[in-house]
Design a protein around this ligand. Structure first.
Ligand code: C2O
Ligand code: CU
Length: 510
């Protein structure tokens, strides 16, 4: 029932269609905003909270009146949010143990749908987490133990070799929030005023099914923007401060976010205050000095932002918009994301402290070495230092505890690569020798590397809770289409670490 003709069967069995095909029209800012449910532990003991998540197909309503088949954690997309008490053990920090059960069966070609879990931003105990060939096959499960060593906005998603873009696009992504004593004691907005915003783009056929079109392995764009799974939602807010945990969970779309009183072309740049990035709170809040230029958020990046609605009278409407420019691969520009309607009066005792959380600099430690990684396309493939992924090859070998500077280079035009490095939190030193944007000065694990840019980052190669770690971890472009084909490499910390595939294999269900 696809309109417009030009139907081909993509290698994934999705209808791949003429680029001009648009999703059915949906009224904007009519559908009510919602947040993914918070997952309750099945049980808890002195040290650990135990969760269970089933990976399964289901049919949900994305477009009003139509059913869309998705692959979801517990059958929903985004998956349930895990909100976990973490931090130092001495301050009440707790482990989590999450059992992921794969109940997916086969894809359109009859191949089993394997699954790989990655908690983006935290390594599991014991290793591994997110290694791209560490599969949970259908009818298998695997338990992951997470240390939750510091407060941050993280997310979990599929990481299957060559098929991550398909699997995440089909719905396999969810948020994972770690809270700790330090952060809970700050007077920031909390509870119902601490709200996830998971932004994704999709394209849907007139029968509601998802259209996967990766433009010959270049990029995957949708023409419908969803927030927490709802197209262009309307959120009713009180006239007070809210904390929004913004995650860009899109496959290939990069956003520059502005808050505006107008829905279209000309904008008023309203105040956005960034308080956190990928790895937790910034040292101090950053108010966007040029709000019309927006907050740049690449794929997989997270920014925690406070919006103060108290300066807008009841009845005001504000739009979250995308002002990213540049059009590639038949991307239908979609500039609006959601609307906030200020509908009620409420007291507000929250405060944004001038000092949020110290961010210790790594630059005063001895630098063991500098490495250089070039991200570029040639011969129709996405490559790092002219190589594609090979699980048998290791391209960097830092020793446990070493501090290294990595230069991430994008020598080409037309592409921005959001580079993600597993295991470690890093700091951005400079872009083409110039200081990072003020909101990039905290702990991060994804770095947008723009056209003709060299981005220098620094990290200490150990776990975030300061355990020495050995083993293999990946680095890749988080444009999921680039990652799949196959802009991904691995580094190995030390020698003789556990094998990523055989150390803790998945087990059959009963
Ligand atoms: Cu968010 Cu290696 O992934
Ligand atoms: Cu890329």
């Amino acid at each position: 029932s696809l309109a417009g003709g030009g139907v081909l069967l993509s290698p994934f069995g999705f209808p791949s269609i003429a680029a001009a095909q648009l999703s059915p029209q949906i009224p904007r800012f009519q559908l009510p905003f919602r947040v993914p449910p918070v997952l309750k532990p099945q049980r808890s003991d002195d040290t650990t909270d135990y969760y269970e998540i089933t990976i399964q197909k289901s049919a949900i309503e994305i477009l009003p009146g139509l059913k869309t088949e998705i692959w979801g954690y517990n059958g929903i997309s985004p998956g349930p949010t895990i909100r976990q008490r973490g931090g130092k053990r001495s301050e009440g920090g707790r482990f989590s143990k999450v059992r992921f059960i794969n109940q997916l069966d086969k894809d359109a070609q009859g191949r089993p749908i394997n699954h790989v879990i990655h908690l983006h931003g935290m390594a599991s105990l014991p290793q591994y987490d997110g290694y791209a060939i560490d599969y949970i096959p259908p009818q298998y499960f695997k338990d992951y133990i997470y240390p939750n060593d510091r407060a941050a906005t993280l997310w979990y998603h599929d990481h299957t070799l060559d098929l991550t873009s398909r699997n995440v696009y089909m719905g396999l992504a969810g948020m994972y929030i770690v809270e700790d004593d330090y952060e809970l004691n700050l007077p920031l907005p909390k509870g119902e005023y601490d709200v996830p915003l998971i932004i994704q783009d999709k394209r849907l056929a007139s029968d509601g099914s998802l259209i996967f079109n990766d433009n010959n392995q270049r990029s995957l764009y949708g023409d419908v923007i969803l927030v927490n799974g709802v197209p262009w939602p309307q959120m009713q807010v009180a006239n007070r401060k809210y904390r929004f945990r913004i995650l860009n969970a899109s496959a290939s779309r990069n956003y520059r976010l502005v808050l505006s009183q107008k829905p279209e072309a000309q904008t008023s740049g309203e105040r956005l205050i960034v308080i956190g990035s990928d790895g937790g709170l910034l040292a101090s809040p950053v108010e966007l000095v040029a709000p019309l230029q927006g907050l740049q958020i690449g794929m997989a990046e997270r920014y925690d932002v406070v919006i103060d609605f108290s300066k807008y009278p009841i009845g005001s409407q504000l739009y979250l918009r995308n002002v990213a420019s540049g059009t590639v691969d038949n991307d239908v520009r979609t500039h609006t994301i959601m609307r906030f309607d200020v509908v009620r009066q409420e007291p507000d005792d929250s405060i944004i402290p001038n000092q949020l959380r110290p961010v210790d600099s790594l630059t005063d430690k001895p630098i063991a070495r500098t490495r250089n990684f070039r991200f570029e396309r040639n011969n129709g493939q996405w490559k790092i230092n002219n190589l594609t992924w090979d699980s048998k090859r290791v391209d960097a070998n830092p020793q446990p505890g070493d501090v290294e500077i990595w230069e991430l280079v994008n020598p080409g035009s037309g592409w921005i690569h959001p580079v993600h490095i597993h295991l470690v939190d890093l700091q951005l030193l400079d872009r083409n020798g110039l200081p990072p944007r003020p909101y990039e000065r905290g702990w991060k694990d994804v770095f947008l590397v723009g056209e003709f840019e060299t981005v220098r980052v620094i990290a200490q190669f150990r776990s975030r809770d300061n355990r020495d770690i050995k083993g293999k971890f990946m680095m890749h472009c988080h444009n999921l289409v680039h990652e799949d084909h196959a802009m991904m490499t691995q580094f190995e910390i030390g020698q003789g670490g556990p094998d990523p595939v055989t150390t803790a294999p998945a087990l059959p269900i009963s």
